[in-house]
Design a protein around this ligand. Structure first.
Ligand code: CTP
Length: 396
């Protein structure tokens, strides 16, 4: 297991300050330790208590407040940080750092840290595009500070243009990929399936499996951030399309099979996290089936076991399956690993509380072809993905 990483977040005084809450909540879900420093102006936009509750750490605003421990706080946080993220970053903080000014808790911590510092600016368009601000940004970039460029759009002040805080998911993903800067999948093609498939019985009804798609998407994003070329074959789910990933949307077992077969030969690693429907209605009715009798029975026939098909044709690909079990977890998963000719299987107990399906967390065992069983503690789905690739890349 890796040691938890620490991100120190600086929140400055802009209308986008509330969006920093979402960034913190996303980082916390990845088991990252978060400390927050707010400027006094930021504390006028959002109450520090919200940041304290989400980060589960004391929030520092006043540099001269009585310290809780005998440490010089801006120095201790500056040392503790694996990354400092300033979100939102006003033109004021950018200007201060670019000119070496340290006159409050946040600016002194930025000046004192040796960790990478990332700015996610948000400002009125004219302020952001002001040549003085642009010069400051250029200067900071030359010193190695990183920027997550703001989007263009309608701003809180009513103007339209550049200056809108970048998407909070993009900000979080950028920080995570900097924290775990391993590019061990560079040059590899990773094929991932996620979400459910559906088996229609008429134009309005279908049978399906429960699946939010979260586990598969986390795997695809982890592979992308480690440098892989990623193809994600996804059944219908409500998650946003991840950036930098080739996405193929499918609905049925047959569509997933076709998409997977098309990409299988050229893939190095294939992870099948999808909840594929095992049976489909024997007859599809072109017309909506009308209710008539009190009883209605539907005849189902077996559909393709996609993973087993891949296992039977695989050459050098590393093949990973998932096993969702309600009983005899290890025994059932082992059986699937052998029957489907897999290299690894990720087994999760669907009866365990607060993990699985719609949760951001999972508690799994990873079984290996050589008989090894690796039980992981409860962790975020992204962490499960990280542990899986660590194992595949022999980093564990
Ligand atoms: N799988 C597949 N095609 C299917 C069924 C499952 O590719 N028709 C894959 C899943 O994506 C998963 C693994 O096989 O990686 C195991 O799926 P699971 O539903 O746990 O097992 P099944 O083989 O369907 O067996 P059972 O439903 O009897 O537990």
């Amino acid at each position: 297991m890796q040691k938890n990483k620490t991100v120190v977040i600086g929140v400055t005084g802009g209308i986008a300050a509330y969006k920093a809450l979402d960034v913190i909540s996303r980082l916390k879900k990845e088991d990252i330790d978060v400390h927050v420093i707010m400027t006094e102006h930021a504390a006028k936009f959002v109450n520090p208590l919200s940041f304290q509750s989400l980060s589960q750490n004391m929030v520092i605003v006043d540099m001269f407040a009585e310290p809780k421990a005998w440490e010089i706080q801006h120095i201790s946080l500056a040392k503790k940080a694996d990354i400092m993220l300033i979100v939102p970053a006003t033109v004021n903080i950018i200007g201060k750092v670019a000119n070496g000014i340290g006159d409050d808790m946040l600016s002194t911590t930025i000046m004192a840290t040796k960790a990478p510092v990332v700015f996610a600016p948000a400002a009125n368009t004219n302020m952001f595009l002001n040549p003085i601000v642009q010069d400051n940004i250029r200067k900071l970039k030359q010193y190695g500070y990183k920027f997550i460029e703001p989007d263009s759009g309608r701003l809180a002040c009513g103007d339209t243009g550049a200056g809108k805080l970048a998407d909070t998911k993009l900000i979080t993903d950028t920080v995570i990929s900097m924290l775990y800067d391993i590019k061990d999948l560079k040059g590899k093609k990773v094929l991932v399936t996620a979400g459910p498939t559906i088996a229609p019985m008429d134009p309005v009804r279908f049978i399906t499996n429960r699946s939010s798609g979260r586990m598969g998407y986390a795997i695809a994003e982890e592979a992308r951030d480690r440098g892989a070329d990623v193809v994600l074959v996804s059944g219908p789910c409500s998650l946003n399309k991840p950036l930098g990933i080739k996405m193929i949307n499918i609905k049925t077992n047959k569509e997933m099979l076709d998409a997977v077969k098309l990409n299988f030969e050229t893939s190095d690693i294939v992870v099948k996290a999808a909840a594929v429907a095992d049976y489909k209605p024997k007859k599809y009715s072109e017309r909506k089936i009308k209710k008539s009798e009190d009883q209605f029975s539907l005849e189902l026939e077996k559909d393709t076991d996609i993973l087993r098909t891949l296992g039977s044709i695989k050459k050098n690909q590393i093949l990973v399956g998932f096993a969702a079990e309600s009983n005899d977890l290890i025994e059932n998963a082992k059986g699937k690993l052998e029957k489907k000719n897999l290299d690894y299987i990720v087994a999760n107990d669907i009866k365990s509380q607060d993990t699985g399906f719609a949760s951001d967390y999972n508690k799994v065992n990873i079984l290996c072809r050589n008989g090894k069983n690796i039980p992981l503690e409860k962790m975020s789905k992204r962490m499960v993905a990280r542990e899986l690739f660590n194992l595949i890349m022999k980093k564990r």
